[in-house]
Design a protein around this ligand. Sequence first.
Ligand SMILES: NC(=O)c1ccc[n+]([C@@H]2O[C@H](COP(=O)([O-])OP(=O)(O)OC[C@H]3O[C@@H](n4cnc5c(N)ncnc54)[C@H](O)[C@@H]3O)[C@@H](O)[C@H]2O)c1
Ligand SMILES: [Zn+2]
Length: 610
Amino acid sequence: MAVGSLAPEPEFSAYTEMGKGSHDPYADEPRRMAAQTLVMKRSASREMLGEALACAAKCTDVASLDAYRLDYASYRLGAMRGAKGEQPCPQSDKAAFIQREYELTEALKRKTEELHAAHRQVEELTRSTRDLDAVRASFATSDAALDRVQLDARHRLRTGLAERRAKRVERVQEATAAVANKSKGPIECSKYSFTTGAPVTTEILVARGVVQNPEQAAFEIIPMASASSPLFVFTDETVDGLYGDRFVAGFEELGFVVHRIVIPDGEDAKTLEVYAELADRVLTVGIDKLSILISLGGGAVANVCGFIASTLHRGIGLIHFPTTLLAQCDAAISHKQAVNAPHGKNLVGSYYAPLRIVVDPDVLQTLDDWLLPDGMGEIVKHALCQDATLLKMLDDYDGSLRDPAFLERVVRRTIELKCQVIDIDPKEKREAVVLVYGHTLGHPIEAISHRPGSLCCLSHGQAVAIGCVIAARVAVKMGLADHGVVQRTVDLCAKYELPTVVPADQSVTQIMAKLPYNKTWTQEGTVMALLEDIGRLFNVDQNYLLPVEEAVIREAVAETMAPPGTIIRGAGSSGFLRRSKVSASDILEAADRPTPGAGWDRNSAVPHAC
Ligand SMILES: NC(=O)c1ccc[n+]([C@@H]2O[C@H](COP(=O)([O-])OP(=O)(O)OC[C@H]3O[C@@H](n4cnc5c(N)ncnc54)[C@H](O)[C@@H]3O)[C@@H](O)[C@H]2O)c1
Ligand SMILES: [Zn+2]
């Protein structure tokens, strides 16, 4: 083989950058060598760990791989020092070094490919043998566990669901027949097909302190294959001011080439214009197939960065570091990436799985006060419909909302709960409808609260809390749950500083008029996720989205309206909407005005698709 044509392995070229820029090659020797050794040890041990698992399952020879890796790591260390002239090294040894390095690299590559193949096979096997049906069954209460009233409700709903299905089928058949009648022409075709899309696994790693010190992580953050590719850190102005320098410096210390992109805070960055500008900027700086985009920020940064990652080169690596409570429990723990369009929120987007999501609860300490209850809205939602134990823990807790141990605990549990449902129902058609619990009414109420002239601009978490209260009332009215669920919901929301009534300047009619813009609206009417008891959703034959009569929703909303004059401290959303929040004196003044409040622009209603 031609030694002269040897190119450095892309996976390892980042290491050779270490120490550049120093005039005296020995000056930083101990620190640099320690860093190099650490990086190599980590890369060797991390990769070995993951791959050995797969390897063991396939009875591949792990011991020989260990030998290869250790040999390679220690060899590489010596070779680098020799090649840089940092230690005396005769010319003849250098050639031998390079030759040996080439051989080891080739062997390592071969072994790694073999192991990756084994890994893929094990993943495939694990997936196909996992008992998804058992997990699904554990979500669905059987007839035997329901009382008489609930059983009657289940029978009624079953009939209702069947009728809706029949209507839908009829509608579709009519439309299909109409099209088919018109579209039978003489042109014949030959048919071919291909299948795409393999299951993708996203790792979620919870680790305190990692944002301030990514170089100290004992686990892999950036896959080693991307070590020599440019990384891009997307962050917003506030988060950059708090964590940007340390975060970027940490990755640079590890030898990565990092470009930082600072975007406006909040919704201001989730626009098509910002998307186009940033995509162009990244391409101008230059990426390759193994480049990784990293988001460091709240849900807004995660969404913009995620959408860019999903489109550049038709998809490059994405890693989230969520920094708000909402993002750590909800917005970033997702494969949904989107920006807003003039017609509404999150309307231009994609399903694109991040490689990893690294959650550091320590960064929650710097959040503004309003952002903690805001995140609690989604946590309360999960507790209400998925986990009575979490709910009890939230009920019993009497410490501060800022307590780091408390935050870490609820973040970990909520992530587990969200993973559980996405895992068994990635398309969010069955069990994962827990994610939209409280949103059917929460969305319209949030959207109306953001219209110009609104007297209370609600944050998403606040609106979801109000939506949960209304949903609890609907469940009771339909005989699905005992009245106690309403009080538990109200008490829990109030405890975590979340509103439990609809702002007085909204009206039932306005809210009802916005229902058709929801994802949970169909031509056959609205469907909702509803409680059967605290910690559990009502199901009919494992369907969790249940048809609800408009009159029942209307009644439940009416019962949840705040009495005129009630003041709700709206936390607003970030960016433009937050800044356009009305002042406390506006609210007091408005208490005397008839509802809906003056200055409403009916045409400003936008559809919502979170
Ligand atoms: N993809 C999904 O499935 C999904 C789910 C829910 C929400 N979302 C989206 O998430 C967005 C809302 O996310 P968000 O609530 O995180 O808001 P955000 O991203 O707008 O952040 C809110 C504010 O907090 C600041 N901030 C962030 N981290 C901080 C920290 N550690 N310390 C101090 N300040 C900090 C930000 O600079 C910003 O000003 C919305 O756009 C929503 O559509 C997406
Ligand atoms: Zn939500």
